[in-house]
Design a protein around this ligand. Structure first.
Ligand code: ADP
Ligand code: MG
Ligand code: MG
Length: 199
């Protein structure tokens, strides 16, 4: 069973990973966006880390809802409200249980991912974060390791896609041949989850 401390450590691992990969994420965003995805998430996850450390929430759901609120409050780009919604809605779906099973997290993450799709109006194949998140939420029903592999494969699969949502869609055909920054950061988030479990 996964407790509040597990979720706190997941968010800290995600913040560490975003710090390490910020330049790479911004490079990807410079090819098909406005070169700010790394700095956006760096700022957002620094706020997540600070808020969680200041007053550690007592349940898994509360950890994710606080993290989501911080992302919405600090990230101006498209990814802030979308990732914020992902974490808030996933956290809300976990309720106030002190511990949750991986299977419950898989179902809650499915709810969070659906909320992202509804908010952004994107679907699978549109070359967005959803191309990593949808397969990851599905595979989390199997194992943490499977979720990680699915997210990585999903991010890689965005390379040949034509962007249909967000700034990259303004490029039309020229968006083809580049990996989507948001799908890449989503894979980092899921990798951080798997590593928190030790997978
Ligand atoms: P901005 O585009 O406002 O500068 P970021 O650079 O931080 O924001 O984030 C860009 C990422 O957000 C994209 O790579 C994509 O994965 C994701 N994104 C953009 N629009 C949408 C959308 N409508 N639905 C889902 N994801 C989206
Ligand atoms: Mg950007
Ligand atoms: Mg921007």
């Amino acid at each position: 069973m996964l407790d509040a401390d597990f979720f706190h450590r997941w968010m800290t691992a995600a913040a560490d990973s975003v710090d390490r990969e910020a330049n790479h994420l911004t490079e990807l965003d410079s090819a098909i966006g406005d070169a700010d995805h790394g700095s956006n998430l760096h700022r957002g996850f620094a706020a997540v880390r600070a808020a969680l450390d200041k007053e550690p929430p007592q349940t898994p759901g509360a950890v994710l809802m606080l993290a989501g609120r911080q992302l919405i409050a600090t990230v101006g780009g498209a990814s802030g409200p979308l990732y914020g919604t992902l974490l808030r809605r996933t956290g809300k779906a976990l309720g106030d249980a002190p511990r949750v099973a991986r299977q419950q997290l898989a179902e809650a993450l499915g709810v969070g991912v659906a909320a992202v799709a509804q908010m952004g109006g994107a679907q699978a194949g549109d070359k967005t974060m959803l191309d990593a998140l949808l397969p990851a939420a599905e595979a989390l029903g199997t194992s943490f390791g499977a979720a990680r592999e699915a997210a990585d494969a999903g991010a890689l699969a965005t390379v040949p896609m034509l962007a249909r949502k967000g700034r990259a869609s303004y490029l039309g055909e020229r968006s083809i041949g580049h990996q989507d920054p948001g799908a890449t950061s989503s894979a980092l988030l899921i990798t951080a989850l798997a590593e928190t479990d030790g997978a």
